[in-house]
Design a protein around this ligand. Structure first.
Ligand code: HAM
Length: 439
């Protein structure tokens, strides 16, 4: 008896050991399950509506790009390129990276496909996943989605800066996010920025001992980013640093003034933030970020990039754009107890009872297909209660109930799920009747 028990325990142990480890999605990367798709439908709908209204055409680029693309555009001394890229080497020896952002890819595509020959400026939009190897925390993920808008080519016109900011702002308004603030700055151009940087370096050079490690490195590699430091040690030093806005050349000043005038005209409220420089090196002149009261993390950001196309080997071509972090928008909506606004189309649900009805069910659904009416079902579920429960979950408005009796009589029961009333209708007439009710 005792031996038998030991044998049994051993058997249990060995089956336990054989059970494969449960796998999980990679750190900072999330599944979007069916129940959450309603939020993403809402994001896709708002993106497409805004793009259509402001005349942006969709564009898609590969999820993998050459590492060099981001080294040359975003910049080798930025956090994104230095610390956050998911890179891989192909068997052929190519260095590829999961794209950390969309603008550089679009600039590459613009040059590669000669898009400068299309009517200018080219206005494109995208809604795609991006990848950055960051420390995951609320609102900061390793795989996340952005909707972005870019205007490339044409003149360097402040109207385009304003239209980008307007599109992003309208997106966030459509998501019902309240208390939006736009922070805006100009970081100058090739003419005025070098002068400013000299002054900035001069100001910081005898304060290095008081700076954090990152800022000491920035002073060498990317001095403009000194203005971005939020560490306690560096903030007071930054407060007395020369201001970028005071060192803009006349052209940059005019451009910035013009952008602000457009925003004033549109009634879009903004705050000047002379410390806003952004974490990507390709920007020139206007830079901005949009926040809501709910979170210290930006919901959207962007700016002008008049040297990017040239930097990547194209003709000198101006550009301006911005992108929204969709996970952050959904989080902000959930935090404010907002619900997705997606309008449900009236839904019809087919309920079948018994084998004879089950056999007929696919044919009934096909009758509706030719009329463009979608019929939901839970084919394979047998009980009426379960099927009606799923119909309720799907927020169906009408149920078609088919039992054995109905099949023999070539009829079907049409039940209005809102009022609970029902009637028997000939199968040959049911599509017309449903169409009438949906109207
Ligand atoms: P960005 O500021 O790096 O700009 O990203 C834009 C938005 O993406 C952010 O405001 C934020 O909402 C979201 N985001 C960024 N990183 C994460 C993350 N780790 N987790 C969740 N959300 C995140 C760009 O990417 C530029 N390409 C924008 C642009 C377009 N500039 C010109 N055109």
């Amino acid at each position: 008896m005792f031996k038998k028990e030991i044998k049994k325990q051993k058997k249990i142990k060995s089956t336990k050991a054989e059970k494969p480890k449960q796998l999980q999605s990679p750190k900072g990367m999330h599944d979007i399950l069916p129940g959450d798709q309603i939020w993403w439908d809402e994001m896709r709908k708002i993106s497409a509506d805004i793009a259509q209204f402001y005349n942006f055409s969709p564009i898609e680029t590969p999820v993998l790009e050459q590492v060099e693309l981001f080294e040359r555009s975003v910049g080798t001394s930025t956090d994104i390129v230095e610390k956050e890229m998911f890179t891989l080497k192909t068997k052929g020896g190519d260095r590829l990276v999961l794209r950390p952002e969309g603008t550089a890819s679009i600039a590459r595509a613009y040059i590669e496909h000669g898009l400068s020959h299309m009517p200018q400026p080219l206005k494109v939009w995208y809604a795609e996943p991006m990848f950055r190897h960051e420390s995951p925390q609320a609102g900061r993920f390793r795989a996340f989605h952005q909707t972005g808008f870019e205007i490339i080519g044409g003149n360097i016109d402040a109207l385009f800066d304003a239209q980008i900011i307007l599109s992003l702002h309208r997106f966030l308004e459509a998501a019902n996010i309240k208390s939006l603030t736009i922070q805006i700055n100009s970081i100058g151009c090739k003419v005025c920025r070098p002068n400013y940087l000299k002054k900035l370096i001069n100001y910081y050079k005898d304060k290095t001992k008081k700076l954090c490690n990152d800022c000491r490195n920035r002073l060498e590699a990317n001095p403009l980013r000194l203005l971005d430091c939020k560490k306690e040690t560096c903030v007071p030093i930054k407060a007395d640093a020369p201001s970028l806005l005071d060192h803009l050349c006349a052209t940059c000043k005019d451009h910035f003034k013009s952008v602000l005038e457009y925003l004033d005209e549109l009634g879009i409220i903004y705050t000047l933030n002379p410390y806003l420089v952004r974490g990507l090196d390709y920007y020139s002149r206007t830079v901005f970020e949009i926040f809501s009261d709910a979170s210290p993390l930006a919901l959207a950001g962007g700016g002008r990039y008049d040297y990017l196309i040239e930097l990547l080997g194209g003709q000198p071509t101006p550009g301006v754009g911005g992108a929204i972090g969709l996970e952050r928008v959904i989080e902000a909506m959930k935090a404010a107890n907002l619900k997705p606004n997606v309008k449900f189309k009236p839904t019809i649900y087919l309920v079948h009872l018994g084998d004879v009805a089950k056999r007929k069910s696919l044919k009934i659904i096909e009758m509706f297909r030719s009329s463009g009416i979608r019929v939901k079902e839970s084919l394979g579920k047998d009980s009426l209660k379960n099927q009606l429960r799923s119909a309720d979950r799907e927020r169906a408005n009408l149920a078609l109930i088919l039992g054995q009796k109905e099949v023999y009589e070539e009829s079907i029961i049409l039940r209005d799920l809102d009022s609970g009333t029902q009637e028997s209708i000939l199968i040959s007439k049911v599509v017309e009747e449903v169409k009438k009710r949906l109207r």
